[in-house]
Design a protein around this ligand. Structure first.
Ligand code: HAM
Length: 417
């Protein structure tokens, strides 16, 4: 027996309706927000993520599934969706089409992390990426799309936290201040923070170690270092969200784990799913398109982890309705009625009705037992009499009620019910 790789999950036939439900909601929200779907390959040239996501991030440093293919090229399974979306945007010249280019995706992503509840090595993201707009309205729209998506899933126990991490100019100033603050305290910080001190001091703010957290509490806030343009942008995003009734808190400790962000960053966080509480994260990334070889193009987006959403829904009682799989089960008594059941099922299917018949050569009694077990909504038994009269007794399993229906009228009857 060969087992499933650690950190991955099967979706079982009895559970796939939950995935379909969440994906349908994602697509419905995307449609209302006028987004077009994009699909990018599961693997890309490793360099795309090194340059796109950033050399100093954990994702690139520790978590990528990187390998050499048979042609000796280094390729990497996508650890997230944004870098591939940006490559697609540049490579296909979408910057020449009417802007903004508004896209969404549902994709698997791969990170070699220590698996735990809500943290997998293969997971799935619903993400949106909007290219071409620098306006704060677009930041607000992207946040609103995430918020509506979560609301539609019946998720209430999440809070929205937002921050601005400024542009490269104000961030350089802020990094200086951070270094001044942390330098005399370096000895008290964890090893990871000590290595990040030089390469990416902003990330020190997001350390989960208790000792580091205590020290972080006294660090200067980025919000005090924003340049006038970035400060105005952030004010406007907050105004727009307030005007739309979107509740949020400003958390100057949110810096995100990926290097490409500028200005607005945000996370939807829950206390109900353990340590991995961020169900959705995103923000603006105005420098990424140009740093990957495209023209200067502002952009913003988010990604929500589908497994974490599912966990949150389970833990908070947000229901996913189970659809009826078999609308009608047609049982056959003998050989000729079994063939008739086959034909009737086929005709019903052609008319769009989910119809099933016996595949196991079971007795009528066992066929009925099976139909009940698998939750068929209606059952009709076909025998000699039914074939002669062309009428069946159609039983509604939930109530036990039976009505006589002409075989030829079954489809119309089921469509009406
Ligand atoms: P991220 O915060 O790295 O951002 O991931 C987004 C979401 O993916 C997380 O909030 C979480 O729900 C889910 N996720 C991440 N890692 C795992 C894991 N190991 N297991 C299960 N779920 C996970 C991004 O990926 C950015 N590309 C988002 C973005 C799009 N920013 C702008 N546009």
């Amino acid at each position: 027996m060969i087992n499933i790789p650690k950190g991955t999950k099967d979706v079982l036939p009895s559970q796939s309706y939950k995935w379909q439900y969440i994906e349908d909601k994602a697509r419905a929200v995307a449609k209302r927000f006028c987004l077009d779907e994009i699909r990018t390959p599961a693997f890309e040239h490793t360099e795309l993520f090194q340059r796109g996501v950033g050399e100093t991030t954990d994702v690139v440093n520790k978590e990528m599934y990187t390998f050499e293919d048979k042609g000796g090229r280094s390729v990497t399974l996508k650890p997230e969706g944004t870098a591939g979306a940006v490559r697609l945007f540049i490579e296909n010249g979408l910057f020449s089409s009417p802007l903004p280019v508004k896209t969404f995706y549902i994709t698997p992503a791969f990170r070699y992390e220590r698996p735990q509840s809500g943290r997998l090595r293969e997971f799935h993201q619903f993400g949106i990426e909007v290219f071409g707009s620098a306006a704060p309205e677009t930041d607000a729209e992207v946040i609103l799309a995430a918020s509506e998506f979560l609301k539609e899933l019946g998720i209430k126990q999440v809070r929205l936290e937002i921050n601005s991490i400024g542009c490269p100019e104000c961030r350089a100033e802020y990094n200086k201040k951070l270094k001044e603050y942390f330098k005399p305290r370096l000895g008290e910080l964890c090893e990871t923070c000590r290595t990040r001190f030089e390469s990416n001091p902003l990330r020190l703010l997001d350390c989960k170690e208790e000792e580091c957290k205590k020290i972080n509490a006294g660090a200067p806030s980025i919000l005090e270092s924003l340049c006038p343009d970035c400060a105005r942008h952030f004010e406007r995003v907050k105004e727009l969200l307030k005007a739309q009734g979107v509740e949020f808190t400003v958390n100057p400790r949110i810096v995100r784990g990926l290097d490409y962000y500028t200005r607005t960053v945000f996370e939807f966080v829950s206390d109900r799913i353990g340590a991995q509480g961020t169900v959705c994260g995103g923000g603006r990334y105005d420098g990424l398109v140009s740093s990957l070889g495209g023209p200067q193009t502002p952009a913003t987006g988010f990604a929500a982890g589908i497994e974490r959403l599912m966990l949150l829904m389970e833990n908070t009682g947000a229901e996913i309705p189970k659809p009826t799989k078999i609308r009608i089960y047609i049982a056959g008594m003998d050989e000729s009625s079994r063939s008739a059941a086959f034909t009737i099922a086929r005709e019903l299917r052609q008319a769009g009705v989910a119809a099933e018949f016996d595949h196991m050569e079971r007795s009528v009694k066992s066929q009925l037992k099976y139909a009940d077990k698998v939750g068929a909504e209606y059952v009709a038994v076909i025998g000699e009499d039914e074939l002669a009269t062309g009428v069946v007794s159609l039983k509604k399993m939930a109530t036990g009620e039976a009505v006589a229906v002409k075989i030829n009228d079954l489809c119309a009857y089921l469509k009406k019910e």
